[in-house]
Design a protein. Structure first.
Length: 93
């Protein structure tokens, strides 16, 4: 997927670390984004039989921590890929 995005002219980063902060504890890399596109869109990639609520919560957490608005949750373990690309919005656009 990253290759196709780069081929189409987009700037992407793989496995971008996000800090985890809890009270006075700070871990520089508590989480890792699968893909960050143009420093604006998080793409979280899965290959599971069925997306679970925890997958939706995961990308929403990433969006909040990164202070970004838009993310895509993509499940490649399907016969119908368009139905398994889910846009997530953090707040209002």
């Amino acid at each position: 997927m990253g290759y196709e995005l780069v081929k189409s002219g987009l700037i992407i980063e793989h496995q971008v670390g996000l800090p985890m902060i809890y009270e006075e504890l700070k871990l520089d890399v508590g989480y890792r984004l699968d893909l960050l596109v143009e420093k604006k869109v998080i793409v979280e990639i899965k290959s599971v039989e069925l997306l679970q609520n925890v997958h939706h919560l995961q990308i929403m957490t990433y969006l909040r921590l990164a202070k970004l608005k838009v993310g895509l949750l993509v499940n490649f373990n399907t016969d119908n890929l368009p139905k398994n690309i889910i846009r997530k919005i953090n707040g209002y656009l």
